[in-house]
Design a protein around this ligand. Structure first.
Ligand code: PEP
Length: 252
């Protein structure tokens, strides 16, 4: 059975005091999270150490990073590798977020190498894909987003692919307050699952968690999560406030 996941992408927000407070506040409300759902905090790198200490042996809340290097170690100033993340208790790594693709020119081939690093170190990629408004209006957006999966992930064996979480994030919905309708989300999620099935078979596709991201809030999460192929959310803005994050996590 595929996992239900609500992952919070803090992006470059919150200082240490604010981060500690947020984690404590979410922990205090964790009883409200829908049964069987797991939470993932994806803070900026420096938060990971203390976050792990606060979470301790928590078994339904995990740590994720927002990026990692395509290299294992060495003279790459400013980079953070998958082995380092693993040593801090990180279990998930967001890869291919549209902000990384756009502002840091991360290509499909670089992302494929990052995926390999993450998996080789026992971590799970949360692999982001999504189209711009211009691409949606041009009409061929389903193929375009499917291609992002092909190029970033389909070099993997079925065994490795089974560890990947997908996040469909239409770029026009990220941080804009404009959410994809449940019909738009379901259309893309179902298409991506079909695309995965074509390559890896139906069983692998049915076990792949596909999250939705893009202005997901407590007041629209239930409708999105009710879609047959939506297995949770990758949450930006609303992950910065405990009541909103929990409000989303109780929406399954
Ligand atoms: C994101 O950046 O991954 C995201 C989904 O942001 P927001 O929820 O703020 O749209």
């Amino acid at each position: 059975m595929r996992k239900k996941i609500v992952a919070g992408n803090w992006k470059m927000n919150l200082d240490r005091t604010q981060g500690e407070q947020l984690i404590q506040d979410v922990l205090a409300q964790k009883a409200e999270v829908s049964k069987g759902a797991i939470l993932v905090f994806c803070p900026p790198f420096p938060h990971l150490g203390y976050a792990k200490s606060i979470l301790g042996a928590e078994n339904s809340i995990f740590l994720g990073a927002q990026n990692c290097s395509d290299k294992a170690s060495g003279a790459f100033t400013g980079e953070v590798s998958a082995p380092i993340l693993r040593s801090f208790g990180v279990e998930y790594v967001i890869l291919g977020h549209s902000e990384r693709r756009q502002y840091f020119a991360e290509s499909d081939s670089l992302l494929a190498q990052k995926v390999d690093q993450v998996l080789a170190n026992g971590l799970q990629p949360i692999f982001c894909c999504g189209e711009s408004l211009e691409q949606r209006n041009a009409g061929d957006f389903v193929n375009l987003v499917s291609e992002q999966l092909t190029k970033g992930l389909f070099h993997l064996s079925a065994e490795s692919f089974a560890k990947v979480v997908i996040a469909y994030e239409p770029i026009w919905a990220i941080g804009t307050g404009v959410t994809a309708s449940s019909a738009q989300a379901q259309e893309m999620h179902a298409a991506l699952r079909k695309h995965i099935a074509k390559y890896y078979g139906e069983a692998v596709a049915q076990n792949t968690s596909i999250l939705y991201g893009g202005s997901c809030k407590p007041d629209n999460a239930a409708e999105l999560f009710a879609c047959a192929d939506v297995d949770g959310g990758l949450i930006g803005g609303a992950s910065l406030k405990a009541s909103d994050f929990i409000g989303i996590a109780k929406s399954f």
